[in-house]
Design a protein around this ligand. Structure first.
Ligand SMILES: Cc1cc2nc3c(=O)[nH]c(=O)nc-3n(C[C@H](O)[C@H](O)[C@H](O)COP(=O)(O)OP(=O)(O)OC[C@H]3O[C@@H](n4cnc5c(N)ncnc54)[C@H](O)[C@@H]3O)c2cc1C
Length: 456
């Protein structure tokens, strides 16, 4: 960016916004756009740390006038590649939250993570339908659909959105709901990006105070019978409950939880938004399937939802690939078992399979652009040792995909897919009809391509 531009246009931008403008090289820029994965370091031309909706609109105008592509970041949980040019609008400062207990509607600023929303909702006997980690950003997560520990009962989080406020590519501030700009509303509920900057989301909360939920850990010889039992048990489990498993190779390092440190374990996650008596009955077959090493399943307040999956709160270097599956059975289980154990040379700290279906398979009556409704399971492979990122992790993930090839879903969901960084995968990130309709919505709402979206 030229210095003449800097002196006039940037000075004007600085005066026009209430938040902070950072140019490349200025102190504070790196911290403002730090990512969850610390190996991804952004170095754009400009960052606007917005604190008002007007700041967002000013940033979009500035970017459009100066030929800079716009990207949006809240928490940085979704960043997989460094951003090296253009303008980033950081939404962290848009942290307003209000909840109307009579309508159960939460008005959520674009910078908020799930945790404060869950806390404020719980005070009113309500809960948002969240993801597994409560430090993920509510808006970024929901724009992709949002699959969490209660998914089979309540569906995708996007199904619960009632409206968005959006700064468009023309820097106009518009509402998108089922009667005003309904096509934009449809596109934002699952289409993720290239449509505008969401400044606020209105989400319907559900009446819920407690869950019967948590995780059972199995180790050693108990892993295989427990996993096999999970496959059969989950196939007939009520849609009221949601379950997943993860094979964990917990590193032998300072800070790892002592009972798990240095061990290979299977964690079976379970969440039932109903009575403890019924929940206990539902999970009983798993408790009886093999000796349980650690049992953390019980009644919990909704504020403890993050303890079901125990995702890391602090990001470390990671290599992540996800896909979706149409089915999962004992043959698939055998294929996975042979590839995820330490003895097999698996580079993965975590291999996770979530069962979906139930409410995730049913679109809302007004329709959403969420991908992944046809799938019944998700699969994620996560490596943590950077020396494995270039070859070992991709090679083993490819082996797992090949072993499951006959059941890998044709299309997927953007929060799981590598579609935003991989051209070949981009088109498969939504079912074809949704992909085409999203492309049309992006052309309508951002005809000049102000918002960068998808692989370069
Ligand atoms: C530890 C961890 C756990 C996760 N668990 C789940 C899970 O259980 N279920 C699930 O579905 N996903 C999950 N994800 C994926 C997560 O939902 C996506 O990475 C999501 O994009 C993160 O949103 P963010 O705002 O926190 O991240 P950011 O990196 O800040 O944003 C990600 C993207 O969202 C878009 N975006 C964010 N805010 C706005 C806005 N205001 N306007 C327009 N676009 C915006 C942009 O395209 C941006 O690049 C998880 C990710 C991590 C790292």
């Amino acid at each position: 960016m030229g210095s003449a531009l800097e002196s006039r246009a940037v000075a004007h931008l600085r005066l026009a916004v209430s938040g902070t403008v950072y140019l490349r090289g200025e102190e504070g820029l790196a911290a403002e756009v730090a990512c969850f994965n610390p190996t991804v370091i952004h170095d754009p031309d400009v960052v606007v740390a917005a604190v008002t909706e007007n700041d967002v609109a000013q940033a979009v105008t500035f970017a459009a006038e100066n030929g800079l592509e716009v990207r949006v970041q809240a928490t940085g949980h979704g960043s997989e590649l460094p951003i090296t040019d253009g303008l980033i609008i950081s939404t962290r400062g848009l942290d307003s939250l209000s909840i109307d207990p009579t309508t159960a509607l939460a008005h959520i600023g674009a910078g908020l993570r799930w945790a404060p929303i869950i806390e404020a909702s719980a005070d009113l006997g309500l809960a948002p339908i969240t993801g597994s980690s409560t430090s993920v950003g509510a808006v970024g997560y929901t724009l992709g659909g949002g699959l969490g520990p209660l998914a089979r009962k309540y569906g995708f989080t996007a199904d619960w959105v009632r409206s968005f406020r959006v700064v468009t590519a023309n820097a106009e501030i518009v509402t998108a709901d089922d009667s005003t700009n309904p096509e934009l509303f449809w596109a934002l509920r699952g289409g993720k990006g290239g449509l505008g900057v969401v400044t606020e989301m209105t989400l319907e909360l559900v009446p819920l105070r407690t869950l019967y939920a948590g995780s059972l850990f199995f180790e050693g010889d108990a892993i295989e019978p427990a996993f096999r039992a999970w496959i059969d048990w989950s196939a007939t489990l009520s849609d009221e409950a949601t379950t997943s498993i993860v094979f964990l190779q917990v590193p032998d390092v300072e800070g790892a939880p002592p009972p798990l440190r240095g061990r290979f374990v299977l964690s079976v996650r379970f969440a039932y938004p109903g009575s403890a008596t019924e929940g206990e009955k539902l999970i009983a077959p798993l408790r009886e399937a093999a000796p349980v090493y650690l049992d953390f399943v019980g009644e919990m307040p909704t504020t403890a939802v993050a303890s079901i999956h125990n995702d890391p709160e602090v990001g470390t270097p990671s290599w992540v690939r996800g896909l979706m599956l149409d089915s999962f059975d004992q043959a698939a289980g055998q294929a996975i078992l042979d590839l995820v154990t330490p003895a097999s040379g698996s580079p993965f700290v975590a291999v996770e399979i979530r069962q979906i279906g139930g409410a995730t398979a049913r679109d809302t009556t007004d329709g959403t652009s969420v991908g992944g409704r046809e799938s019944r399971y998700t699969l994620s492979t996560i490596a943590g040792d950077p020396s494995t990122f270039a070859e070992l992790a991709p090679a083993r993930a490819a082996e797992i995909t090949a072993a499951l090839a006959d059941r890998v879903s044709e299309t997927t969901n953007v929060n799981w897919s590598v579609g935003l960084i991989d051209k070949a995968a981009f088109e498969k990130t939504w079912p074809p009809a949704i992909f085409d309709r999203l492309a049309a919505a992006r052309s309508e709402w951002d005809p000049r391509g102000v918002f960068a979206f998808g692989p370069e």
